[in-house]
Design a protein around this ligand. Structure first.
Ligand code: FAD
Length: 514
């Protein structure tokens, strides 16, 4: 069975995950595979998931999607960062910006000089050295055309400048309407030859000997055969769990929030180019501005807050007039033990879920779809390839998990949930990261890590982790030169951002309403 050639691929589910997988596979394998997607409008989709991270642009480039067309179709706006509010303690805010902070230096990174400067009493917010953070603060945006923020070459033996690639342009992602995005990708995939079937899968038929999935039986009696099945059926995991009983690793002991209330409101005022993540006593709430409305959500631990209280609080604190009633979404944070089991590959919510604090789920669908293309078992499923696929998927989710735990664990808030998170034992991988940052201000990005050094840096500092020491080379730079280094980085950023239009003005011009 394992060596059978794969020609018929069946995707179950037409949420964001199903249609993203459909778009990638149909674009890449158009004439080589017969791809079918089955979805049930009666069951519907989860309908949330509107904040993204920059790699989504790479996916769109791969699919040759026109940016304006995509933005118009999905009512999208631009996103440069996440504003974390009240996480360390009420009243404290920091940005986790996309893009680079400072300039590249070889011996020790820019933040080491920044820390050394602080120790000498030279105060300057770290955010001033990141164009995406400054543009977020000023609510401005522009694609291309900015000055290179590291213009004015500056170099000494201690801190030779190497401008990071692409530094002249803002690094950005999107806020998008999840329902419209699925519709957009459906048109794309159908245009590339994908066949869609409307119907509810009532039974998953397994091969009597191998236990692999053989076919799906729809409620109306139709039967769909396949060689490889992609489970995008959402939290229920119709194939990967209900049929194959793959198992789930529960991470609730590290990330205790297990419910969200989602609410859409009218946009009343200009859209900001960042997602807001605002902590409250039992979790946090999000605010995601699109062109026409705001997506709001209240994430909480059911041990610390009731559904009624969460609904009431969200209705009170969300900005704008509600467009429809709030919806409660229960979830269990964790990951499916195997993302690929036998001839089933799970993507999206069926493969696991980590709360949307860093907007990672849509990215992980894209990453899984691209990985499957790279490892596609056209001539048969090879166990070693499956193991490799699973190892990468596992590492990716654990990396995201650790990053999210950091936000909860490093806090000075004093309510029940936060005290528990501060005092809990955390994964060893995160213990190591925090310890090395606290001792030596050392941060890193491993090969398959999603989050870059700058991301860890901004969140660790934002969450109040103060390094005890920094790299000794940073102090070797005389103070006058250090000040000059800062001005060399900061001034062009300030000038470039001042020359940008407001974010809402740019969106209006870039994607005018029909
Ligand atoms: P779903 O949307 O649930 O789709 C499941 C599909 O399977 C549906 O089409 C359904 O009809 C079909 N189906 C199920 N059973 C059957 C059956 N028996 N027969 C036929 N069809 C069937 N991600 C981000 O990147 N950014 C965010 O800001 C973000 N916010 C989130 C907020 C919350 C509260 C939650 C829960 C998730 C969030 N996510 C976010 C995650 C994101 O929503 C999901 O990753 C994404 O929507 C993918 O969902 P899905 O397609 O796997 O599942």
């Amino acid at each position: 069975m394992g060596a059978a050639r794969v020609r018929k691929v069946v995707i179950v589910g037409g949420g964001t995950a199903g249609w993203m997988a459909a778009a990638v596979l149909s674009h890449q394998f158009r004439d080589l595979l017969e791809i079918t997607l089955v979805e049930s409008e009666q069951i519907g989709t989860i309908g949330v998931g509107e904040s993204t991270i920059p790699p989504i642009r790479r996916l769109h480039q791969l699919l040759q999607i026109d940016e304006r067309e995509f933005m118009q179709a999905t009512s999208a706006s631009f996103k440069l960062s996440i504003s974390f509010e009240d996480w360390l303690r009420p009243g404290r805010q920091f940005f986790h910006p996309f893009g680079y902070t400072g300039i590249g230096t070889w011996a020790c990174e820019f933040h080491q000089f920044w820390l050394a400067a602080q120790s000498r009493g030279v105060q300057a917010p770290l955010a001033d050295f990141c164009m995406e953070a400054v543009a977020s603060r000023e609510r401005r945006f522009l694609i291309g055309g900015q000055q290179d923020a590291s213009a004015g070459a500056w170099s000494t033996r201690i801190a030779p400048v190497s401008a990071p690639p692409g530094r002249a342009a803002l690094t950005y992602a999107y806020h998008l309407d999840a329902g419209l995005y699925a519709r957009f990708l459906r048109r794309f995939a159908e245009g590339h030859g994908l066949r869609r079937i409307e119907g509810r899968v009532g039974e998953v038929v397994l091969h009597p000997e191998s236990g692999w999935v053989q076919s799906l039986l729809l409620d109306d009696g139709r039967r769909i055969d396949g060689d490889l099945f992609i489970d995008c059926s959402g939290f229920r995991g119709l194939l990967i769990e209900q049929a194959l009983q793959t198992g789930y690793e529960d991470w609730t002991h590290w990330l205790p929030c297990d419910r969200a209330v989602a609410l859409q409101t009218r946009l009343e005022g200009p859209a900001v180019p960042y997602t807001r993540a605002i902590a409250h006593e039992a979790g946090w709430r999000w605010q995601i501005p699109l062109q026409h409305r705001i997506g709001n959500g209240w994430v909480y631990s059911s041990r610390h807050m009731s559904d009624d209280e969460a609904r009431r609080r969200l209705l009170r604190e969300a900005s704008g007039t509600p467009i429809r009633d709030p919806v409660v979404v229960p979830f269990t944070t964790g990951r499916r033990r195997l993302a690929w089991n036998r001839n089933v590959v799970a993507m999206g919510l069926s493969s696991g879920f980590v709360e949307p604090l860093e907007s990672t789920s849509i990215h992980m669908v894209a990453s899984a779809a691209v990985r499957l293309v790279q490892m596609f078992p056209m001539e048969g499923i090879v166990p070693e390839m499956v193991a490799r696929y699973n190892a990468i998927s596992c590492h990716e989710m654990e990396d995201v998990r650790d990053f999210i735990i950091l936000h909860y664990h490093a806090t000075a808030r004093d309510e029940g949930l936060w005290r528990e998170c501060r005092e809990m034992a955390i994964p060893d991988s995160l213990v190591e990261r925090i310890a090395l940052f606290r001792e030596r201000a050392y941060v890193w990005q491993d090969e398959d890590d999603l989050f870059r050094t700058d991301s860890w840096l901004h969140v660790m500092l934002g969450q109040g982790i103060v390094p005890r020491q920094f790299h000794p080379l940073a102090l070797a730079l005389p103070e006058a030169e250090m000040r000059r280094l800062f001005e060399t980085v900061r001034n062009p950023i300030r000038a470039a951002v001042q020359a940008m239009p407001s974010h809402s003005e740019f969106v209006r011009q870039y994607c005018p309403a029909d």
